[in-house]
Design a protein around this ligand. Structure first.
Ligand SMILES: Cc1ncc(C[n+]2csc(CCOP(=O)(O)OP(=O)(O)O)c2C)c(N)n1
Length: 261
């Protein structure tokens, strides 16, 4: 099979890297980070799996055996987001969350190939695919607390606010046994262009409005900024300018740097 363009870019870029001094894999990869070399390698493997799934998606499509080629290339840093959370934290993910999904699957005690298989079944629109029964390629699994979403951009943001609100209300206000642990944090990922959608704006506003008046809302919004929405560039600085809101703590990290992320 001929290498495709994304794969070629990747292997060329990796070939230019110079090995650093040997380090104890049990130590942090650099000062100021808690990420050990060992953990870093584990995340890197899931990042590679995600990239390989993208390549497999195009390869299956060429053979008329796969139906979706929406990939996660360039977004593999979201493995770090999964690693920062627990596998019981409800996750509402967008379509670039391959590495998050594979990392979480492993965190939950599954073999790497089980997560890979879930995604492959989605690509092939398999009737046995557990989350959508072959109707769409979506990331979702009840055992992984990954709540399935459609690829309708931003549609899951208001829902994530509801999930976070429910975690808090169930635990603190009504003392109900909820679906999620009482100390769970909901996570919701989306792209930089998606933050302009009315659904996203209503989600941000509701979160902001609630926390502004003291309502606890355990929610991590993750904007994966690749600088473009199909063919439309996101203005420089727009994501930060648009997302700094009352009641929402904003912080940024380089998604291509696992330790920073
Ligand atoms: C509601 C809705 N409108 C339009 C689309 C078509 N669409 C698919 S991806 C996309 C751009 C998303 O860009 P961004 O949020 O930056 O994420 P990226 O794909 O760059 O990761 C659009 C408009 C859609 N899926 N859903």
């Amino acid at each position: 099979m001929a290498r495709d363009t994304v794969e070629t870019h990747f292997t060329q870029a990796v070939a230019t890297l110079k090995a650093g001094p040997a380090r104890d894999p049990g130590l942090p990869v650099r000062e100021g980070s808690s990420l050990t070399g060992e953990q870093c390698m584990q995340l890197f493997r899931r990042q590679l799996d995600s990239r390989l799934l993208d390549i497999a998606a195009r390869w299956l499509k060429e053979r008329d055996e796969g139906y979706y080629t929406i990939g996660s290339a360039g977004h593999e840093g979201n493995a770090a987001v999964a690693a920062a959370l627990r596998p019981t934290d409800p996750a509402l993910l967008h379509y670039r969350s391959g590495a998050f999904y594979l990392t979480r699957s492993e965190q939950a005690g599954r073999l790497p190939e089980q997560g890979i298989r879930d995604v492959l079944m989605g690509l092939a629109a398999a009737a046995d695919e557990p989350i959508a029964g072959g109707r769409h390629k979506v990331f979702g699994h009840p055992d992984l607390a990954v709540i399935p979403q459609t690829s309708t951009i931003a549609s899951h943001l208001p829902r994530s606010v509801g999930v976070a609100f429910a975690i808090e209300r169930a635990a603190a206000a009504i003392g109900e046994q909820a679906r999620w642990p009482a100390d769970a944090v909901a996570v919701c990922s989306f792209g930089d262009a998606s933050i302009n959608h009315a659904s996203a704006l209503s989600g941000f506003n509701t979160a902001s409005y609630a926390t502004y008046q003291g309502q606890a809302l355990p929610l991590l919004f993750v904007c994966e900024d690749n600088g473009i929405g199909i063919s439309v560039r996101t203005p420089k600085g727009w994501v930060e300018a648009a997302l700094r809101r009352p009641g929402i703590e904003y912080f940024a990290a380089d998604g291509c740097d696992l330790a920073a992320a």
